[in-house]
Design a protein around this ligand. Structure first.
Ligand SMILES: [Zn+2]
Length: 107
């Protein structure tokens, strides 16, 4: 799966509240995912939740594999940063801060 190699499955830990978030980092859109359960993408909502398809979206299934194979990226952020990342994903569909934090962590 291309997404596993490209480090798209991100686990964010809030260092102050121990809140844990699962994020699928897409090419131009990010989604909040509850692993093995639900996702905020339109494919999940339209085809699985409202539609008749029996399996959820690529992100939910992908996270299941990423967790099983330990192919996720785990990152610790402050509460302020977590708030910003969630705000960006929910209201803009894309988090710039997440990308900044990831490149900071890798350098
Ligand atoms: Zn999805």
């Amino acid at each position: 799966m291309e997404a596993l190699k490209n480090r798209r499955f991100i686990i964010i830990v809030d260092t102050e509240t121990s809140l844990v978030l699962y994020v699928f980092k897409g090419v131009d859109k990010d989604y909040l995912v509850s692993p093995c359960k639900m996702c905020t993408c339109s494919d999940f909502v339209i085809n699985f939740l409202w539609g008749k398809r029996k399996h959820p979206c690529y992100h939910v299934i992908g996270f299941y594999i990423a967790l099983k194979e330990q192919k996720f990226v785990k990152i610790a952020l402050s509460h302020e940063e977590v708030k910003e990342v969630v705000f960006e994903i929910v209201f803009q569909g894309f988090s710039k801060l997440l990308r900044k934090a990831l490149s900071r962590q890798m350098s």
